[in-house]
Design a binder for this molecule. Structure first.
Ligand SMILES: *Cc1c(COP(=O)(O)O)cnc(C)c1O
Length: 386
């Protein structure tokens, strides 16, 4: 029997956000339609300028998606067959897909159970003479331990490519994601903190030669139209997307603050909930070295899939990022990895659950989420465990 009226809380409520800026978005779209400039053009140039400032970088270069951004970054670092790129086994597929598409070999190192980001101790052991790049992921909006990664990379003269797709606006010791390595890669996929009305991506760098290479590679390797110095790809940011993103960018910090406030509220609610005081629910790491932007609020739980179904029955949307670590994906069976190779990534894949943390989420909804998680475990603890 239901004790209370059921609420409906999606994992992310893009419609709620759109309502607050719908008028501005519509005039931006009409502005582009009237200009009939759909590819590159002034909207893209302006967005690139604004985002370079926002990310504290000299250069920002738009592209068609975050996945293409990773690919272009590796191409600009000349990664190809025979090379190795070190990365995390606990990420979205695009991270490793970009490496494999260029014929290079991904070398995984396990993650830190607290931060979900790759550990720097194991990084050093994974370096070989064939290491061509290191690709840390700022997972869920939390920057990787960049001091030790950058120290190792500069000692060995290996470029660092940040997969910052989930971390726009995140900070590490006062510096923004995207400015912490050689190249930063961002995604404007609608569920990211700065989401477009479709696909889009961005690259950031402080290196003028890399910036030039990225600009050339995204237009089929041609500096001058129809004169090709390299073989690049077609990966441009649409003017429509750029115009929409320019409307959203001035709100981004306020939205990140709202996500952070929601994360803080969850910490209070979970610590007050009686059945979670025995650490039934593991809460995400909050750094004292910078700003976590909580693209996801990821808890660690027992009986994760049962909890997820229980919450879904009560109108609460959740998601599992990510159910299969990258080294165990079917398409990589020929890489020679097997279960047990990266125990922390594998445990995270069993325990991680994203709960709603979007900026427009209100406190009543957060209470409802925490109460239902607590009641699931209260109910469970009365069951016989064999
Ligand atoms: C979203 C995402 C990407 C890819 O971005 P798309 O724009 O969807 O191609 C890459 N890496 C991570 C970690 C992501 O979350």
């Amino acid at each position: 029997m239901q004790e209370k009226a059921q609420m409906k809380i999606p994992l992310l409520d893009l419609a709620a956000q759109h309502q607050t800026i719908a008028g501005e978005i519509e005039s931006a779209v009409i502005r582009v339609l009237n200009s009939q400039q759909f590819i590159q053009g002034p909207e893209v140039r302006e967005l690139e300028r604004e985002l370079a400032l926002y990310c504290q970088c000299e250069f920002a270069i738009g592209c068609a998606s975050g996945s293409d951004g990773l690919l272009l970054a590796l191409m600009a670092c000349d990664v190809g067959p025979g090379d190795e790129v070190i990365t995390s086994p606990f990420s979205f597929f695009a991270t490793v897909g970009s490496i494999v598409r260029l014929g290079a070999k991904p070398i995984f190192v396990d993650i830190d159970p607290e931060t979900f980001n790759l550990t720097t101790e194991s990084l050093e052991r994974a370096v070989t003479p064939r290491t061509k790049a290191i690709m840390p992921v700022h997972l869920f909006g939390l920057c990787a331990e960049m001091d030790s990664i950058d120290e190792l990379a500069s000692r060995l003269n290996i470029p660092v490519i940040e997969d910052a797709a989930q971390a726009i606006g995140a900070e590490y010791r006062g510096r923004r994601a995207g400015s912490l390595g050689k190249i930063g890669c961002f995604s404007f996929y609608p569920s990211k903190n700065l989401g477009g009305a479709g696909d889009g991506g961005l690259l950031t760098t402080n290196d003028p030669e890399i910036a030039e290479a990225l600009r050339t590679l995204r237009s089929h390797g041609a500096k001058k139209k129809y004169y090709h110095d390299y073989v690049g790809i077609n990966s441009r940011l649409d003017s429509l997307q750029a115009a929409i993103l320019r409307v959203k960018l001035p709100h981004l910090d306020r939205w990140a603050d709202a996500r952070r406030a929601n994360a803080q509220k969850y910490r209070e609610l979970f610590s007050a909930a009686e059945s979670t005081s025995d650490r039934t629910v593991g809460l995400p790491f909050e750094p004292n070295t910078g700003r976590h932007v909580y693209n996801q609020f990821v808890i660690r739980v027992r009986d994760r899939d049962a909890l997820r179904a229980y919450l879904q029955d009560r109108g609460i949307g959740t998601e599992v990022y990510y159910p299969v670590p990258l080294h165990l994906q079917n398409c990589f069976s020929d890489l020679g990895y097997s279960e047990g190779d990266f125990p922390e990534a594998e445990r995270a894949a069993r325990e991680a659950l994203s709960i709603p943390v979007y900026p427009e989420l209100d406190q009543a909804a957060q209470k409802y989420v925490v109460e239902n998680i607590a009641s699931f475990y209260r109910f469970r603890s009365h069951e016989k465990v064999s």
